[in-house]
Design a protein around this ligand. Sequence first.
Ligand SMILES: Nc1ncnc2c1ncn2[C@@H]1O[C@H](COP(=O)(O)OP(=O)(O)OP(=O)(O)O)[C@@H](O)[C@H]1O
Length: 600
Amino acid sequence: QKEQSDIIEALLTLQKALGGKTNTWDRSTAPCSWKGIRCVEGEVTEIRLPGGSLIGVIPNGVFGSLSSLRALSIHDDAIVGPLPSDLASCVQLRYLYLHRNGFEGDISVLGSLKKLINLDISQNKFSSDDVSTIGSLRDLANLNLGSNEFSGSIPESFSELQNLRSLLLENNDFSGVIPDLDLRNLKSFNVSYNNLTGSVPNKLRSFPETSFLGMSSLCGGSLQPCEDEKEKKTDKLSIKQLLGIIIPCIIFLLILLFLLLFCCLRRRRASQAKETDLEASSATTTAARRSVNSNASTGSASSKVLVFFDPDPTKKFDLEELLRASAEVLGKGTFGTTYKALLEQGFTVAVKRLRSVDVSDATAFRSKIESLGKMVHPNLVPLRAFYNGREETLFIYDFMYVGSLSARLHGTRGSGRIPFNWEARLEVAIGSACGIAYIHSTGETTSHGNIKTSNILLSEECSAFVSDHGLNQFVSDSSAPSRGPGYQAAEVTDTRRVSQKADVYSFGIVLLELLTCKAPVMNDECRDLPRWVRSMKREEWFNEVFDSELLRDHAMEDEMIVLLEIGLDCTEQHPDKRPVMSDVLRRIQDIRNATVSPPY
Ligand SMILES: Nc1ncnc2c1ncn2[C@@H]1O[C@H](COP(=O)(O)OP(=O)(O)OP(=O)(O)O)[C@@H](O)[C@H]1O
């Protein structure tokens, strides 16, 4: 009881000192329910009030009673003055975000927080000529001391931080040479705009010029060559050394030539195979054409023409034109094959050819098609037209050039990759949630039926477009092969009947994939993505959970955690425990609203 009252007093001291969003804290309710406070078994484990309009100095006497604290996130506020010395009692602290405030003074108190994983105190006014104490925080994965007034040398002890993935020290007053840091996990490094001199150590030379900006006396790596290296290059190249360079070069060239020949041969073989394929595909087209013609002549119940949903006459074409278009297979999915077709008029469409369509009830079939055609929303891939022949059913969509979210997440990872940052991912989450919420809003039982990352297509601006909505209801076979493994809720037994809550489950998987960049089904230990994220969450190893590309935006970790929580809520095993799509959308939009800077 005494401990609880200590906790309340400590938090109310903080409220008195900082105001802002803490002003909603009220003695009449339990502190664990207060805004920004999270507890485990009655102990306060997290205080998260980023951008909480907190103004003032944190006095001593707050953190002594909050020794179970694991996360303290009070960045983007207006807190000034030194770090309180009793912060040292928070020995369980893993995440400390104080960036963009007006803190000042030294940071020696941080040396007691041995369990810290993420430490961001950038954009304050901290000053110290010795930050070596940080070298004792062996669990650190992300360290940002940027844009402060630190001076002295970069400590050698940073070499001890073997878990470090991001080390950002830019915009300070560090001087001397950069120590020879051998940090194998380091992905992000920046010491720009300090007073560093000398040669960039070998182990750090793989980092780009932008990691070392604004320091003319620094050399080596991506920067100007160092004087001694220049000399070595010019003076000391003996004939022996020259031969040592030339001979491996010749060997390398020979290997390259051999590889080129090998590739050419393989290509030739592949193009021969392709020609055979093309012959086969032209046979299919002819067969399709024959099927269409035979429908026309027999006057069967099926439609013989393309039915357009888009009234724009400039975007119309007839079936013959579609069959004449040069086509390329985009992929084979659950319900059929998708082609990219370039029409003679010059525009491109995606044609989905469905296998085994159920047309036994013509009225029901027509009404399903009509309701699909009526669904128009900025976040749905427009369904342009439809064709139902005797032997095949085609759905014709706008072609989306940028491709799918699946390809964006799991595609090129090497040097050609365009970074997929937090802001863009949040945009995709909002866009796709908007599209799905719209589908759900059109009827109580209307669902998408096959939500997965390959059915979310993107534009260059990272807008998301949901595709393939409602196609599941047309297939005749309820046991259609498994939809993307891992996306389907356990309660779905008939792929033609997917509830809105099952859609919410699939969307939750999409969110988790968006944040972790991991496939929904994990090979190791046969675990699925939500179960894996939940297990990691218990261990509080959020660094291991998020896609490494997102670590650069780790200042937004609070927001990422909120999105992760939404994904986990959506993937609750019991459908009743999952939120409805409109709530999911609102919660995701709230994340963006909270991070958009005010207009002044
Ligand atoms: N309108 C489109 N524009 C561009 N690419 C598309 C379009 N529609 C589908 N695709 C891409 O074509 C490929 C095949 O799509 P398809 O829908 O046939 O299979 P899928 O999405 O893998 O599985 P499913 O049939 O279960 O949806 C996918 O990579 C998909 O992203």
